[in-house]
Design a protein around this ligand. Structure first.
Ligand code: HEC
Length: 299
């Protein structure tokens, strides 16, 4: 009887030991599989590669953008550019425009989809509105950036080596868990507008500046890209008269923010506090310069 009990116990110990080994194997197999994939580069893993360490491969792919909104979602949602051509490993910044047409704030979340699906694991997003729930105020319009690159391993994987076109599709759904959503207002600083700048110029600058003639200040046509303090016949302050630089967007921005801090001894008794307004005004001044292309590189 005792022997049989002992045998039974031994069998039980064996069974538990075997079960233990199998469980351990099963729970490790995911890790083992990942390890295998990382070593061999096989499909199925979504490990992230830093853009700067990804080796640039010579191959170029075209990425197309596609947008949808779920039925009943009162947003307009469109890609700003329909496609971009990029080298593998090259980081690209693209924009999507969304507008909430409802009279109240709505939280949405975007799902995305990459075709061909086999290229999906090589499509790496660094920044995307699709990472979080997003709130858009009533009637608000924003341009949302997406930062991405295509992993150069797309070209070395035999399964995807033939892929030279990728489509990225987004669909916005109304969120079911709107709490804790990020606010898309963070993207609402509109790109500089030369038209708005022209209006601001007419309202403020034109009191002292003509375009082609001096008033209290010098004429400003062509000032973008022109040497500071150089329009003939205008009696500049000694500060501007001895300035030795060309007006670029960056310098105009500093000047407009605080002329005396940027050029000691300058006599312009006016400044513009709002950075967005400065950008608009500079965009307008830029349109008045024939040398725009030449000076753009110096920004
Ligand atoms: C109250 C008058 C006044 C207003 C308003 C004014 N400016 Fe001026 N601005 C001057 C004067 C005076 C100078 C010359 C300063 C000097 O010699 O130190 C000047 C110089 C400049 C210069 C340097 C030009 C050059 O040839 O180097 C720029 C650029 C400029 N202003 C841009 C603007 C813009 C843009 C606005 C509107 C946002 C504006 N200013 C508003 C009086 C004004």
């Amino acid at each position: 009887m005792d022997r049989r009990k002992l045998k039974k116990a031994a069998t039980l110990v064996f069974i538990f030991a075997a079960l233990g080994v199998m469980t351990t194997l099963v729970s490790y197999s995911v890790t083992l599989y990942r390890l295998f994939c990382q070593v061999t580069g096989a499909n199925g893993t979504t490990q992230r590669v830093a853009a700067d360490t990804a080796k640039l491969a010579g191959k170029t792919v075209t990425v197309f953008f596609n947008t949808n909104v779920a039925p009943g979602m009162p947003w307009r949602f469109e890609p700003v550019q329909s496609q971009v051509r990029i080298k593998l490993g090259q980081q690209a910044l693209v924009f999507f425009e969304a507008q909430n047409r409802a009279d109240h704030a709505i939280v949405g979340h975007a799902t995305f989809n990459v075709t061909p699906a086999k290229a999906g694991i090589y499509f790496k997003k660094i920044q995307c509105f699709c990472f979080t729930e997003e709130r858009l105020g009533a009637g608000q319009k924003v341009e949302m950036p997406v930062d991405f690159f295509v992993d150069p391993r797309l070209a070395s994987d035999p399964n995807t080596a033939d892929v030279d076109q990728i489509t990225l599709s987004y669909t916005f759904f109304q969120s079911l868990k709107p709490k804790g959503a990020a606010d898309l207002a963070r993207f609402s600083s509109a790109p500089p507008s030369a038209a708005a700048g022209q209006q601001l110029f007419a309202q403020t600058c034109s009191a002292c500046h003509g375009l082609d003639h001096a008033k209290e200040g010098p004429g400003l046509r062509g000032v973008f890209g022109r040497k500071a303090g150089s329009t003939g016949g205008y009696p500049y302050s000694s500060g501007l008269a001895k300035a030795d630089f060309v007006w670029t967007a960056g310098r105009l921005d500093k000047w407009l923010a605080n002329p005396q801090a940027f050029v000691p001894g300058a006599l312009m008794p006016y400044h513009v506090d709002d950075p967005a307004r400065r950008r608009d005004i500079i965009a307008y001044l830029r349109t008045l310069s024939a040398t725009t292309a030449a000076t753009r590189a110096q920004d």
